[in-house]
Design a protein around this ligand. Structure first.
Ligand code: AHM
Ligand code: MG
Length: 337
């Protein structure tokens, strides 16, 4: 029988790969693992909401019941604050970034960005949701508080990124730029155990993933590409929870698209909390991620904490093919003048 390798063991072992590592990044990844276990416990109880109380009400302990995405947000912030391994966080749930107390953050050189519970509209119907995270080295001087510029970095500057999927089992997938590994939570021992070593995305896959309900709102080249996917007998899978859709594509191959629509002319998904971390993971696994202007997601300038983007991400050959489609069918803008 193979010996079980826990997430903590793996992270500590990997620290040796970085000669000047101080242990902060190791600590941060472990904190995220702890927060994931706490969030997992609550997500698993989501169906008991009628027993435990609905949002805004008081539960049997006299505590206010919180929406799960806000609960996940608070837990992540608490875990990162307590350990003092990062100097600030930015979350999809917070308007502004949050500075960690200077004393506790020990002049840390990292900031963390996250979407605490992606796809949270799915919780009530028991569909998988996830946490997405990214870690950057701060740019400002570590003797002072963190600044906005520490968060507005390109995805190419990510030091680590990953996600946790709360699904049929709970899996944490992360990369520090040296391959992608996955860990499944064993509830009997309460540990994430290495289950998917050195994940590689297939060059092609049998799935495409897009909200086809918006078909008529997509640009013509995007509609052509979606028709092509259907003509090629690709299977359409769209969970409406990006982490879950990307997780399937990572293992089975395929392509995920969230183009611009009339409602979201810049795309819906957030660059900092969704597009960049997941693009980093997918690229590390051998995949590709671009926007519908055909630029690499990780190289986009980030100008706002909550900036959105279009995204096309997944198996490398399929993303290249989509790019060719757009180049071929793009309607050149006519200058009437
Ligand atoms: P959220 O962060 O508010 O949950 O929104 C992001 C989610 C993604 O997980 C998912 O891919 C997308 O929104 C679904 O959007 P739509 O319902 O427009 O297809
Ligand atoms: Mg989200």
């Amino acid at each position: 029988m193979n010996r079980i390798v826990t997430l903590d063991e793996f992270i500590i072992h990997r620290q040796k790969d970085f000669p000047f590592a101080s242990g902060e990044l190791t600590g941060l990844l472990r904190d995220i693992g702890v927060a994931a276990k706490i969030v997992n416990r609550e997500v698993n109880k989501a169906g008991l909401v009628s027993i435990l109380g609905v949002e805004g009400s008081e539960n049997t302990h006299g505590e206010q019941v919180q929406k799960l995405d806000l609960y996940a947000n608070d837990k992540l912030i608490d875990c990162l604050k307590n350990s003092g391994e990062c100097c600030g966080i930015a979350s999809e749930e917070n308007e502004d970034f949050v500075q960690m107390p200077m004393l506790e953050s020990k002049n840390s050189k990292y900031v963390v960005v996250f979407d605490p519970l992606d796809g949270s509209s799915n919780i009530d119907v028991n569909v998988s949701v996830g946490t997405i995270f990214g870690i950057y080295r701060r740019k400002s001087d570590s003797s002072g508080p963190c600044e906005l510029g520490d968060f507005l970095q390109k995805g190419t500057e990510l030091v680590a990124a990953g996600y946790v999927i709360y699904g049929t089992s709970t899996i944490l997938v992360y990369t520090t730029g040296r391959g992608v590994n996955g860990f499944t939570l064993d509830p009997s021992i309460g540990e994430f155990c290495l289950s998917h070593r050195d994940i590689k995305i297939p060059n092609r896959g049998g799935y495409y993933s897009v909200n086809q309900g918006y078909y008529l709102k997509f640009d013509v080249e995007m509609r052509r590409y979606i028709d092509y996917c259907s003509d090629m007998n690709l299977r359409l899978r769209y969970i409406g929870s990006m982490v879950s859709d990307i997780h399937r594509i990572l293992f089975q191959g395929g392509i995920f698209l969230y183009p611009n629509t009339r409602k979201y002319p810049q795309g819906k998904l957030r660059v900092l909390y969704e597009c960049n971390p997941l693009s980093y993971v997918v690229e590390q696994a051998g995949g590709k991620a671009i926007n519908t202007q055909l630029n690499r997601i990780l190289e986009m300038d980030v100008t706002d904490l909550h900036m959105r983007s279009t995204i096309v991400i997944g198996s490398p050959d399929m993303v290249d093919e989509m790019k060719e489609f757009v180049e071929r069918y793009s309607v050149p803008s006519v200058n009437i003048g």
